[in-house]
Design a protein around this ligand. Sequence first.
Ligand code: GTQ
Ligand code: FE2
Length: 345
Amino acid sequence: MHANNMYGLWELASQMTPHPQPKMIPHMWPWSVTESIIEESARAVPVGDERRALQLFNPGLSGRWATTNNLIAALQILLPGEVAKAHRHTPTAIRFIIEGKGAYTAVNGERIYMAPGDLILTPSWAWHDHGNETQNRVVWMDGLDIPLIASLDAMFFQFYSAPQVPASCPPNTSGKVYGHAHIMPTWVKEKPQSSPLLLYSWDEAWKALDSLRDQEGSAYDGVLLEYRHPQTGGPVLPTMACMIQLLRKGEHTKAHRHTGSAVYHVVQGAGSTVIDGQRFNWQKGDVLAIPPWALHEHANASSSADAVLFSIQDLPVLQALGVYHEEAFTEDDGRQPVTATFKAS
Ligand code: GTQ
Ligand code: FE2
């Protein structure tokens, strides 16, 4: 049977698990560890053909280029005067700006200038290059669906014929066209799968969070907001939802679990997330990966300051395929017993 490339279902039945059993594990990359490595990479490695981006490998995924089963997160630094060469790929990307103002990503020749807390989209197969004409370093988190696209065997990559794509329109044109949430141009007929709005600014995200702080919010996530495609109201990207959430002073959410994985970046404040009984204490700049179907709850550690988390999630993929499932943790008033605390090695 085996010699003829056949297997009995009776040999495989254990792979039909009663619930998801991810290989990825919950993991955190603290800023106290990553910052000095980012700095060192800027001294040691020139921006050559490839971007100077440190890819965060999940320790449970045995060397796969993956932070979660479907997503990769990376920390990228661009020094004054540097340009990261124009290219395109089928994986979809986002940037969430951590430090530095005034550098840009050009998407299909449209420059989008960065400020801390901004979200910038790079849709699948869009040409993009990055440039820093300021006097300061810029650091951002990349998020891409590389593991998903690789497992679908749909990977394509190309360099552009020149270091940068010539300007196709004035900077942030997409913001002028699509940036007025409920007032849209009538002459634009295309409705791309990925949001045509390329910049979601921190100013707007913060305004929205702050104005909703007196609402009840979600029992599992506090004031959790999703960045939306301005034309469809759906997720900004077909494979990645982007979220921003406010955990108010002293807020401690209830635990739940769902299919789909997530990568969190701590924008401000300090707190903790308990994942399957393990406590991760986080602060500004930390990156945290949560596996599918892992119980998780968040708490703001401070009784006087807000905490804000940005996240990317592969939720739209699970929803599109009809395999999104969600379940609340009902014991102990919805809070997990904590059996371990994560320590960065
Ligand atoms: O900056 O275009 O972290 O193409 C991985 C692949 C960043 C980028 C990454 C990429 C980029
Ligand atoms: Fe890229």
